[in-house]
Design a protein around this ligand. Sequence first.
Ligand code: SF4
Ligand code: SF4
Length: 285
Amino acid sequence: MKIAIASGKGGTGKTTVSLNLALALSEVQLFDCDVEEPNCNLFLGYELEKVEDVMCSVPVIDPEKCSLCRQCSDFCPSNALAALPTRVLVFPSLCHGCGGCTVLCPEEAIQESQRSLGLIEKSKKGNSPEFYRGLLNIGETMTSAVIKKLQKHIDDRKTAIIDAPPGTACQVIASIGNMDYCVLVTESTPFGFHDLKLAINVVRAIKIPFGVVINRYGLGDSKVEEYCKTEGIPILLKIPNDRRIAELYSRGIPFVREMPEWNEKFLGMVEAIKSQLTGGKVERT
Ligand code: SF4
Ligand code: SF4
């Protein structure tokens, strides 16, 4: 099963849920898809090794062969080419590497070169959970390409936990688009409630089964719970606004490591997800 952990905004506890869930399970892979600032390994402390570079093909135009026909710039869906009266300009940082311009060019004036976007790293053998993360180069914008490459390492024989980037933009779609289930993490505050509704719109639009985890439960605003009940959205888990959990977090310790009773709760959450996917009853408190 492939489970994405997402949230409408940062700081709701998405990484906390991803880490503690992965640590409660066996035969599991954890993927940090927040490639702009992956932080799972701050808590795991694994020694990581490089798996591969993430590259993108970008066009290089031979001015000797180019007839300035403009077919490439008219086609480019990323506006990475600009045909001027005397030459074609290429903007590599806008190019998504689709290769269309190379195929279209009637003069065979376009060659492709490789541009580095980032890299994929993984934990050394023997660590549980097995951990992978993507790292986007500083200043780079092609997050989705790194996320797609990262998810190629999902082993279908194991449970995959995907720590998605925060928000509702394209990198979130790239992270959760091919998942079996999406857990939306929120907190019981007006801000958390507002952004949860945005995230719900996304998962509904791409038709992924989902449920909600309320983090820092008891902060005072009960709108999230009421909304989920009205909409028939399962609340999979409530993590209380507990000083001990916050202290462990601030020391970089996933709380299932010091509070073993939470292992059962996270395992119960997975059972509730399985039950939901097979059409069973999912209500939990
Ligand atoms: S490879 Fe695709 S995105 Fe890049 S310049 Fe060519 S047409 Fe545009
Ligand atoms: S399609 Fe080829 S020949 Fe036409 S403008 Fe682009 S590079 Fe030049």
